[in-house]
Design a protein around this ligand. Structure first.
Ligand code: FAD
Length: 394
């Protein structure tokens, strides 16, 4: 049996940031991760980093990789009916920008920093059960890489094991409320070995459904295509993917779409979820384990990291200064922020995606969507309100 102060389930962005901060502060912790190191360091998901998360990483001296190779993004482009609608962040942003830095690169940086500090990180070690969370010595029962089982006994468990992990399911029925909203469509997420075709994100509004184009690295681009909720990757052969991307991003002026081999495709069910409270006894939930937003607006990874910092600071107060106040306020502090993000993403879903796709209401809703975009571009106060949320002002 291993004993520690904080047992962390999941080595994604949230789990690794909590672990790295605790380790540096001298709080003892153990991280267990079900997958191997190569998998977590190569899993391509988000990559749009808000300025306040860049500041957070800078504060903790963890922004080296991001600042060295991340690409600055200071505008967003919409497309509709063959026209571009660019929106520059300034003057609203006053110099603040996004960074494009793939999520898996940040996970790699955090894993390296944690291990360099002597941290205990166990890959290929899935947590099977978490017990005793209503007491003060909870236990994580894990399967070790050799197939045996082991127990990690701790003071606090951090459930940072993503949308489908075990931690949230450990909370007794009735003690946690899951607020959920399902959208009637999905996104096909496509990663292509093709240089980006734009120096900023493109959100194209189209009656066939949205198309979003995002930079990842100078050689790799991401595309999202709105599709039917039950579509599978078999419904989307390579030829169909490029045909739809060309159609939905089309402009009435010359422009070049860079195409290339498709590296991966997957479908993303569009759903929003908030589990409240984010704490039960000695279990604290962080990141996707507690809340999920659809990828529109690039918020999920950013809120996961913000949870992680707040939780780590609360745990430091508790273990190093015997002060429980910040940790006790963790769930209400973060939920206030998370509901604000949920409100914005919910609104932006109807801006970018064609609502009611495939239903008789779609032509009407598409025109409402077009009018909303016209208003963002035509009205400086409305455009500024959009940018404040999109850039992540508060
Ligand atoms: C296609 C796609 C694109 C996205 N794009 C963006 C974007 O542009 N910007 C943005 O901000 N967000 C984006 N997101 C959302 C973002 O990726 C997530 O919000 C983020 O990964 C959450 O981090 P996390 O650490 O909470 O969870 P995760 O990244 O899911 O990490 C959880 C970890 O826990 C591990 N785990 C699970 N169960 C167990 C167990 N039983 N035992 C041990 N380990 C376990 C998992 O293997 C995983 O490593 C996107 C998501 C998807 C799917």
């Amino acid at each position: 049996m291993t004993t520690t102060q904080v047992g962390i389930v999941g080595a994604g962005p949230a789990g690794m940031l909590v672990a790295t901060l605790l380790r540096r502060a001298g709080v003892d912790c153990v991280v267990v991760e079900q997958r191997d190191r190569a998998y977590v360091e190569q899993r391509s998901r988000g990559g749009t980093v808000e300025h306040r998360v860049v500041d957070l990483l800078r504060r903790h001296d963890l922004a080296g990789g991001l600042l060295a190779t991340g690409q600055v993004e200071n505008k967003i482009e919409f497309r509709m009916a063959g026209r571009r609608y660019p929106l520059r962040y300034d003057p609203v942003a006053q110099g603040r920008s996004h960074y494009i830095y793939p999520q898996q690169f940040l996970v790699r940086d955090l894993v390296e920093a944690y291990l360099a500090d002597g941290g205990d990180l166990r890959f290929e070690t899935p947590a099977r059960v978490i017990t005793g969370i209503e007491g003060d010595r909870p236990r994580i029962e894990v399967e070790s890489p050799s197939g045996g089982s082991e127990v990690i006994e701790c003071d606090v468990v951090v459930g940072a094991d993503g949308e489908y992990g075990v931690a949230r399911r450990t909370v007794p029925a009735g003690a946690l409320h899951a607020y959920e909203h399902q959208y009637g469509y999905a996104w096909l997420a496509v990663l292509a070995q093709a240089p980006p075709s734009s120096d900023c994100v493109i959100n194209s509004i189209h009656e066939s459904g949205s198309c979003v184009h995002v930079r990842r690295t100078p050689e790799v681009s991401r595309f999202y295509l709105q599709c039917a909720r039950d579509d599978t990757t078999e419904d989307w052969p390579e030829e169909r993917i490029w045909k739809e991307i060309r159609l939905r991003l089309a402009l009435d002026e010359p422009w070049t779409l860079h195409e290339g081999p498709i590296l991966s495709t997957g479908t993303v069910r569009m759903r929003s979820l908030v589990c409240a409270p984010m704490r039960h006894g000695s279990l604290f939930l962080a990141g996707d384990a507690a809340h999920v937003v659809p990828p529109v607006g690039g918020k999920g990874f950013n809120v996961a990291l913000a949870d992680a910092e707040e939780l780590a600071l609360g745990l430091m107060d508790r273990f190093l200064r015997h002060d429980h106040e910040r940790l006790d306020a963790y769930s209400p502090t973060r939920l206030a922020r998370i509901w604000r993000v949920q409100e914005f993403v919910h609104w932006m879903m109807d801006l970018v995606n064609t609502p009611g796709l495939g239903t008789p209401a779609a032509p009407f809703l598409h025109r409402v969507q077009m009018a909303r975009l016209e208003r963002i571009v035509a009205s400086p106060p409305y455009g500024a309100a959009f940018l404040e949320d999109y850039i992540g002002y508060w």
